[in-house]
Design a protein around this ligand. Sequence first.
Ligand code: G3P
Ligand code: MG
Length: 346
Amino acid sequence: QTISPLSTPPMVTCDDFALAFDIDGVLMRGGQAIPEAVDAMKYINGANPYGLKIPYIFLTNGGGKTEQERCEDLSRQLDVEICPGQFICGHTPMREMAAKYNTVLVVGGEGEQCRIVAQKYGFKDIITPGDIIKTRQDTTPFRKLTDEEYKNSKMLDLSKTHIEAIFVFADSRDWAGDQQIILDVLMSQGGHLNLRSETHDEGPPIYFSHNDVVWSTSHDYSRIGMGALRASLEALYKAVSGKDLNSIAFGKPQVGTFQFATRLLQKWRSESHGIDKPPSTVYFFGDTPESDIRGTNEYNEIAENDWFSVLVKTGVYKDGTTPRFEPRQICDNIFDAVKFAVERQQ
Ligand code: G3P
Ligand code: MG
C-alpha cells in the first residue's frame, strides 16, 4: 500500500481491492442523489476508520448524454469529482462500432443529445427519427415535430439513404413514432428506406445499449425501460413480418460490458493511483438482480479476480422478495454496502 504524502492525516491508497457502482437505484433516483450516497462517497475517499482511499468506477446502463456531461452532473450531485476515465454508461461500448458502419439510425434521448454522443464516438453519418419525419411527415401519422425539432432535423434524400445499422442509445421519448421508424428500417431491403423487403429479413442489425425491462426512478414502483421497448419491438416485428427479430443488447448483464469495465478499472487504477496490478476483489454494488447481480456473478465465473455482487434495497429490488439472481450480500443502502466491503477486507 502506498502512503499519499499530501493528505493529512495520512491517507492510504488501497491497492488491493476496488469498487464498481451501478447508478440508478444505488446512488441516484429520479435525478436526485439517494441520501446515503453522499456519505458513501466520502467514506471510500478516506473518511473511514482506516484512512483508506479506494479506487472505484461507475457502470450504469443509463445514457443519453456524453460521458463528460454525465460526470459533471454526478460530481455535483454526489459532491465528489468524477471523471470520464472512471465512467461507463450503456452506450459507451458502442463507440467501438463507429468504424464499422457509415450511415446509422440513432434512437432515443432528449432532443439532439444522442446525435451529439454518436458524433463524439466518431460515427460519420447519423440519422435520427426526427430527420425521417422531417423528410416525410406521413411516416408517423400522429406525431408532428415541434418547431425546435424541425429546425434541428435534417432533410434526407430517401432514394440515396442507406442505413447500415440501428442504435438505440437511450430511452425512447416517443415509443409509437420510434417503433414505426425502426420497423420501417428493419423491413427494408438492406436499410434502403424506400425499398421494402418481400421476405422481411434483409434489414440492418439493431443494437440496444442495454436490456433493462424496468429501472428505478422517484416513483414508488419501477418504471419500464429500454428492455421493455426491445420486447415490444420484437413482438411487433413478429406480428407484422411473421419473423423473429434478432437484436443485440449491450450493457449489464453482458459479459462484454464487464470485460470493458475491467479494462477501464485497470487503466483508472494505473493512471490515477499508480497501481499496476489487478485488484484481488472488485465489489459491484447494484439494485437490479437481472442486470447487476446476474452480470457480476456470471462474470465472476470467468474473471481472473473475484467479482463480488452486493445488492442494495434502494432501487428495483425490494426488501422481502427473493431476487431472481442471488447476490453474495444484501445491504440496506449504499453506505452500509461500502462499509461492508471495507470491513470484509480488514
Ligand atoms: O435507463 C437506465 C436504467 O435502465 C438503469 O441504470 O444505473 O441502474 O444501470 P443503472
Ligand atoms: Mg440500477
